[in-house]
Design a protein around this ligand. Structure first.
Ligand code: GLP
Length: 260
């Protein structure tokens, strides 16, 4: 696991966007795994800027989003379909048919989930997965106790996650109980992971992810087994890391060829 601590989330997102731009220069038809939530919004803004000002090209890119609320239509303002459209897709030149998000209106959940897994496989697998992290250490919507080898499936949200995501809903009663999410096993098969975390509310789950034991109780901790996982943190999210000074030292002494 590589831990990169930045003074601000702006700095972290600028690096994250350069990271993705480097991949797209090397592999213009890369497959990206995308995340929602407030955390990656700045990253998307920086990618949009690179598209507009530096010609970053998404024409051949394919994307798979992590998750979606069950029961919400794509047009619902709190749906992840709507989020992605507003915050990213409509601002870059990615063909609509190349973007994939689990179907929140599925009437056959097992078939929808299997088809999602099949599509990821047919696309050649995910080259780079963007992740946020929940306050309880969840990734995607894989809540604590999720099987660490799980695939795309239905999950029931904890009350805490429902409350954390309440600001996105006009009426708290509308927050769905159920979601579709890529599994932890699906995420672990991606070739590279960039996990972003900002603010004091993420300090505890980040410390547990990086320095705690690998446990289904903190689903993100499985990333200790991922061959290429990088954490882009601001100072606050790094606030409880015991070895923060070492991670900074490693970053400062990185060989030039490893820098983005
Ligand atoms: C939701 C999403 C996750 C996201 C998490 C954190 O649960 N399904 O993908 O990482 O929220 O959200 P935020 O970035 O708003 O803190």
């Amino acid at each position: 696991m590589e831990v990169l601590i930045h003074p601000t989330k702006h700095a972290a997102c600028t690096l994250g966007a350069r990271w993705i731009a480097r991949l797209l220069r090397q592999k213009p038809d890369a497959v990206l795994g995308l995340a929602t939530g407030s955390t990656p919004v700045l990253l998307y803004q920086e990618l949009i800027r690179l598209h507009r000002e530096e010609g970053l090209d998404f024409r051949k890119v394919t994307t798979f989003n992590l998750d979606e609320y069950l029961g919400l239509a794509p047009e619902h303002p709190a749906s992840y379909h709507h989020f992605m459209q507003e915050n990213f897709f409509q601002h870059v030149n990615i063909p609509r048919e190349n973007t994939h998000i689990p179907d929140g209106l599925s009437t056959d959940v097992p078939a929808t989930c299997q088809a999602y897994e099949d599509k990821i496989r047919q696309a050649g697998g995910i080259d780079l997965q963007i992740l946020g992290i929940g306050g309880d250490g969840h990734i995607g919507f894989n809540e604590p106790s999720s099987s660490l080898s799980s695939r795309t499936r239905i999950k029931t949200l904890t009350e805490r996650t429902r409350q954390d995501n309440a600001p996105f809903f006009a009426n708290p009663a509308d927050i769905p109980q159920h979601v579709l999410t890529m599994g932890v096993g699906t995420i672990m098969e991606t070739r590279e992971v960039l996990l972003l975390a900002f603010g004091p509310g993420k300090a505890a789950p980040i410390a547990a992810t990086v320095e705690g034991p690998v446990t289904a109780f903190v689903p993100a901790s499985i990333l200790q087994f991922h061959p290429k996982a990088t954490l882009l943190l601001d100072e606050e999210a790094a606030g409880l890391l015991q070895r923060a000074e070492y991670y900074r030292w490693v970053d400062a002494h990185k060989p030039t060829w490893q820098r983005v």
